[in-house]
Ligand binder design. Structure first.
Ligand SMILES: *[C@@H]1O[C@H](CO)[C@@H](O)[C@H](O)[C@H]1NC(C)=O
Ligand SMILES: *[C@@H]1O[C@H](CO)[C@@H](O)[C@H](O)[C@H]1NC(C)=O
Ligand SMILES: *[C@@H]1O[C@H](CO)[C@@H](O)[C@H](O)[C@H]1NC(C)=O
Length: 192
């Protein structure tokens, strides 16, 4: 009788333990994050987005047949993949400090308001932030204003883990015929 009760008790106990174990398999205990103080770092460079030539850094991988504009390499509905070098100076042969990899899509039906939406990871390959990156997920209103425009930083890796912030972009040079562009990026990165 006594051993029977003990057996039942042991069984219930192991079922409870097993249920707890099972839960613990896919999530941890929720605890305060105790994040360190947030820091800010400013990062500046040039991004070269070269569509023309044999060694282009961005290529169109899809476009819509209906809206395709023969006069524009970047018509509404065009999707590009990019592996754009990031350099210290505006010349392509100035010191390379990283690369921007990802995609952008031409997403404005009004060509006078040429807008792209970018999904990109900018990774640094030298210096203090070697191996760290900032993640861009943003509308980029390329033609909307004359001077400066802004895109959003939504995350990052390495030293920029959990980053947020923004990048001010200025067009240093653009060839409207080919779409080749050299852009000045001034990023303000908040990170831990
Ligand atoms: C092609 O582009 C890559 C990356 O920008 C560069 O390292 C390489 O030197 C270029 N090759 C030629 C032949 O220009
Ligand atoms: C796409 O457009 C081109 C040029 O207007 C046309 O020749 C071709 O048949 C179209 N393709 C499709 C799948 O509609
Ligand atoms: C950057 O990091 C990579 C990977 O850790 C390493 O191979 C490379 O030598 C580093 N470059 C510089 C310039 O520190």
């Amino acid at each position: 009788m006594k051993s029977g009760i003990i057996t039942i008790f042991t069984l219930c106990f192991s079922v409870a333990v097993m249920a707890r174990k099972e839960e613990e398999l896919y999530y941890s205990k929720t605890q305060p994050a105790n994040l360190k103080e947030e820091k800010v770092t400013r990062v500046g460079f040039y991004l070269h987005d070269i569509l023309s030539g044999k060694n282009s850094s961005a290529v169109r991988i899809a476009h819509d047949n209906l809206t395709r504009d023969a006069n524009s390499p970047v018509g509404f509905g065009s999707l590009f993949v990019m592996d754009d070098p990031l350099t210290l100076g505006p010349e392509i042969h100035s010191k390379e400090i990283g690369n921007g990899r990802g995609m952008y899509v031409s997403a404005s039906k009004e060509m006078s308001k040429f807008t792209i939406v970018m999904y990109a990871d900018l990774t640094f390959t030298t210096g203090k932030f070697n191996g760290s990156s900032i993640s861009i997920f943003s509308r980029n209103p390329v033609a909307e204003e004359a001077g400066e425009r802004e895109i959003a930083i939504v995350g990052g890796r390495g030293k920029f883990r959990m980053a947020r912030g923004f990048v001010k972009i200025k067009t240093h040079h653009i060839d409207m015929k080919t779409g080749d562009a050299i852009l000045r990026y001034d990023a303000t990165v908040y990170h831990y």
